[in-house]
Design a protein around this ligand. Structure first.
Ligand code: NAD
Length: 279
């Protein structure tokens, strides 16, 4: 995507704050393309899963500073996307500050230790529900809040959800996450059907294995697959292009789907997995 393609647009990116995350990379990519950006993040520990890593409030402010330094307008909005009232207040604040949002990247989500990870027959009910709440309900709540305003404004718009390769095929130990990310794909397709007549496209990106702090905090992923040698073997066995993906590579595809270059695409779920998943 070329610089300036989103000049004059207002974008909202969820999960925008974690320093090595896909959301931060997306917020910066959209700003470089010319958009003003509302950066939404929970920016506080989960009450129900305090050990699951999320961004801090300072990290959210830092992204806003970086976007401002690029010459774009930006605002930090704090909300748990799983809580409707918080989402509505955040989208309202972003709209009042920057103007009508016509570009949305639903990046916030995840799973991990204490947050839906483990064999399905042993998973606590609250954890399973929490993973669905954040990944599915949260994506829908943000889309609903933004798309209802886009429809009223009558100028069309673009939404890109972040699903996962785990929404297309099963991975043991992350069953709640697989179910949630599969739901995100059908949510994407249904919203694309419903919003197409209003000139709003809705697509999803399905990342593969991305080197962010979600899966690889302090080298956790490397430990899980058996250290440096295990990681090398995993990559050689599982990923045709022979490497993990970067947050910036996922962000580039999200930004492209949100750009005029992708105007004819809607209802798709595009893999960015270096070949790890091809379905
Ligand atoms: P990350 O943990 O680095 O970033 C996630 C961001 O979302 C953080 O800033 C966090 O504070 C925020 N967040 C989490 N829960 C939130 C909530 N309830 N409300 C608001 N903000 C919240 O993760 P990442 O690796 O950048 O992942 C981003 C997205 O990509 C997620 O949806 C994840 O499921 C998906 N994904 C990641 C990978 C991977 O390998 N990293 C693979 C496939 C899909």
């Amino acid at each position: 995507m070329t610089d300036g393609q989103l000049t004059g647009r207002v974008a909202l990116v969820t999960g925008a704050a974690r320093p090595r995350g896909i959301g931060r990379a997306t917020a910066l990519a959209l700003a470089r393309a010319g958009a003003d950006v509302a950066c939404l993040d929970i920016a506080r520990p989960y009450e129900s899963a305090p050990d699951h890593g999320v961004a801090t409030s300072d990290e959210l402010d830092q992204v806003v500073d970086e976007i401002t330094a690029l010459g774009r307008r930006a605002v930090a909005v704090r909300a748990d996307i799983a809580i409707g009232d918080e989402v509505d207040a955040a989208v309202q604040l972003a709209t009042e500050t920057l103007g009508i949002i016509t570009v949305v990247a639903n990046v916030a989500g995840g799973s991990g230790p204490g947050f839906g990870m483990g064999p399905l027959i042993a998973l606590p009910e609250a954890e399973f529900r929490h993973v669905l709440d954040v990944n599915v309900v949260g994506t829908w709540l943000v889309s609903r809040a933004c798309a209802s305003r886009m429809v009223a404004a009558g100028e069309g718009g673009r939404i890109c959800n972040v699903s996962s390769q785990a929404g297309k095929r099963a991975f043991a130990m992350i069953g709640a996450y697989c179910a949630a990310k599969a739901a995100v794909i059908l949510l994407t397709q249904t919203m694309a059907l419903e919003l197409g007549p209003s000139g709003i496209s809705v697509n999803a990106v399905c990342p593969g294995t991305v080197d962010t702090d979600l899966i690889n905090p302090n080298g956790l992923f490397e430990q899980l697959v058996g250290g440096a040698a295990g990681l090398k073997a995993f990559i050689a066995r599982e990923i045709p292009l022979g490497r993990l993906q970067s947050a910036e590579e996922i962000a580039a595809t999200i930004a492209w789907l949100l750009s005029p270059d992708a105007a004819a695409i809607t209802g798709e779920a595009i893999n960015v997995s270096a070949g790890q998943t091809m379905v």
